[in-house]
Every structure is written in structure tokens, then in C-alpha cells.
Design a protein around this ligand. Structure first.
Ligand code: MLT
Ligand code: MN
Length: 325
């Protein structure tokens, strides 16, 4: 039998299922030039679905990170997530879901996973409590779907519903942010936000790790130290500049009000962190980074950033493979 090359055997595979923020690109009611270009099939304005990645240690079983309202389409668009011949008449390579917050674009897709399929759903207790309080999520039949709370700053091995280790672990940590829009309490300090409402994740498997932080309102010293020297970081790319929606006449909120730092400040904040690959993800439909030949996109690329897109695949190679051993 030919030897499996290390680079395949030892990698952690990442699939970008959805690179856009809530609403996707184009947004259903978007009636601006960028939306027109996306609908017209302009190669420089490619449609993107809502915020999610999938990760696998073995290329066979996958862990979903956030469940977007576009999940059904995302599964249909990615053959790796299709049921496999021989696995029975009802089957899925998706074995677990990990949630970073309770935003609509990150939890609504759970409703697509309701067909009595074994799954494990992981999230902070604040997020799982929200699911418990909203009885529509009871369509995730508890006889098939386990809900498991993770702690902050604790390594959590991700297991399927039956307890089998999927070869992926996460270390969740609180990041500056905001409680989900639909859970905001106008009378409470910081709209009722508490630690755990928005987490970043260090995701590890096969001896490699990377960071997935689709929502973050500020670069703190703690976060900078955590990220310094990382091989790969996916980071909040919601807005290019903080007042972009207001200036465009397409919204009344700043990025800060929504719990997001903007790409122009993020680029500066990351400059000295020595990160291998930096990718913006969770892009709002107003973000000019969605336009392939925009000046802002050129600026981001010149600063060493990439812009994630639907269908993007990354294999994080095993350290041995990288060292040429
Ligand atoms: C966000 O990322 O700020 C939220 O997804 C916004 C929303 O829920 O529409
Ligand atoms: Mn969002």
C-alpha cells in the first residue's frame, strides 16, 4: 500500500462554509451597487453565505463551528459534508457543533439539523441557556442531540454524541463583545453582556492549532499575547470602518455598537503580532473587502491579510511535515 504523505495524514482540514456576516452577501433586501453586482454574477463581487467554518482531523468526520441560517445550502455546496455511501440511509459526516455566541447567524442553522441525527452541540452555558429558553430548539431531539457546556480557559475535547473523540479540541476564551442583538437589555450595563456571551476559540488537532474569532470588539493586551506568533487566525471582518453602515446610508449603528472592531483598526492592532496567516471572516455586506478589486482589499492584502470566501479550504499541516521530516 502506498504511504499516505504526511501532509495529508497529519493535517487539520478547515473548510470555510460561510464568509459573510449576518444577512449574507447579497443580503435579501440589499439594493445597493455591491448587491447588484453580486446578483449579476460579477466575478469581483462573489456571493458569500453566513458565518461558519467546518474542521476535521481525519477528513471523514467534521465539527461545525457556528450553525448559520445558510447551513442547508452550505452542506449541499460542500461534498465533504454529504452522507457517505455505506453509512446507512440517514447519515452525516457532521458529528458536533461548537457555538461562539447566540447571534442569529450562528445558531439559526441548528434548526436545519433537526432530523433525529446524532449530534453533540457545545457552547458556553450562557449560550446553551438561551437555546434551552427558546423551545423551538427542542426540534433538536434530546434523544439524539447532546448539549454540552464548555468552560472558559479550559481545553475541551470535542466528542460525538456517543463520546468518541473527534480529534479536535477547543480552548474557549472571552473576548470583548456584546450579547446577541435579540437578547440586548437596554436597561442593563453594557446591554446585559456578560463573559461567555462572545468567545474566541483556539482550535487544535493533529498537533496544530489556529484561532477562530468571528466576533470581537477590541484588541486587549490579553488577546494580543494569546495571538502572538499564531500560525493562523480567522478574525472578525464585519466592517471595514466603524461608521461604514451610517456613511453608506444602510444602517444606523457603528461597528462598536454591534460588538465588532473594524478591519482598518484590526490591521494596525495585528501589525506586531507575528501571525503566519491572517484572514478576515464574518464580512458584512457593506464591507468593501467583499469586492475583489476594491482599494480597501488591496490595502488589506498589502498588509498581509487574506479575505476568507465560501469554499476556501485550508490544510494546517503537521509540524513534522512543515519541518520537512
Ligand atoms: C452580529 O454579528 O453583530 C450579529 O450577527 C448581528 C445580527 O444578529 O444581525
Ligand atoms: Mn454575526
Amino acid at each position: 500500500m502506498p504511504a499516505v504523505p504526511l501532509s495529508r495524514e497529519g493535517s487539520m482540514k478547515i473548510l470555510v462554509l460561510g464568509a459573510a456576516a449576518g444577512g449574507g452577501f447579497p443580503q435579501w433586501n440589499g439594493n445597493d451597487a455591491a448587491a447588484d453586482r453580486a446578483r449579476a454574477g460579477d466575478a469581483q463581487a462573489r456571493p458569500q453565505t453566513q458565518s461558519s467554518i467546518a474542521v476535521s482531523a481525519d477528513g471523514r468526520r467534521w465539527v461545525l463551528f457556528n450553525a448559520s441560517p445558510d447551513l442547508r445550502q452550505q452542506i449541499n455546496d460542500n461534498a465533504a459534508l454529504w452522507p457517505k455511501a455505506g453509512d446507512g440511509l440517514r447519515a452525516s459526516p457532521l458529528a458536533a457543533v461548537v457555538l461562539t455566541n447566540a447571534d442569529v447567524d450562528h445558531v439559526a442553522g441548528l434548526l436545519n439539523l433537526r432530523e433525529s441525527q446524532k449530534l453533540a452541540v457545545y457552547g458556553h452555558a450562557r449560550v446553551l441557556d438561551m437555546l434551552a429558553r427558546n423551545s423551538i430548539f427542542n426540534v433538536l431531539n434530546p434523544a439524539f442531540v447532546a448539549r454540552r457546556a464548555f468552560g472558559l480557559e479550559t481545553k475541551q475535547v470535542i466528542r460525538d454524541r456517543d463520546g468518541h473523540d473527534l480529534g479536535i479540541a477547543v480552548r474557549p476564551f472571552a473576548v470583548p463583545g456584546k450579547v446577541a442583538l435579540w437578547l440586548e437589555d437596554a436597561k442593563a450595563p453594557n446591554l446585559g453582556t456578560l463573559a461567555g456571551d462572545t468567545v474566541g476559540l483556539e482550535i487544535s488537532g493533529n498537533g496544530r492549532s489556529f484561532f477562530y474569532i468571528p466576533g470581537c470588539a477590541a484588541m486587549t493586551q490579553d488577546l494580543a499575547q494569546r495571538l502572538a506568533g499564531a500560525k493562523l487566525v480567522f478574525f472578525d471582518g464585519t466592517l471595514w470602518r466603524d461608521d461604514e453602515m451610517i456613511v453608506a446610508g444602510m444602517g444606523t449603528k457603528t461597528g462598536q455598537r454591534m460588538g465588532h472592531m473594524s478591519c482598518d483598526t484590526t490591521i494596525v492592532a495585528f501589525r506586531e503580532l507575528g501571525i503566519g496567516r491572517k484572514l478576515f471572516i464574518h464580512l458584512n455586506n457593506t464591507n468593501p473587502l467583499l469586492i475583489g478589486n476594491s482599494p480597501e482589499r488591496h490595502q488589506a492584502l498589502a498588509a498581509g491579510w487574506e479575505v476568507a470566501h465560501d469554499g476556501m479550504e485550508i490544510a494546517l499541516e503537521h509540524a513534522l511535515a512543515e519541518a520537512g521530516i
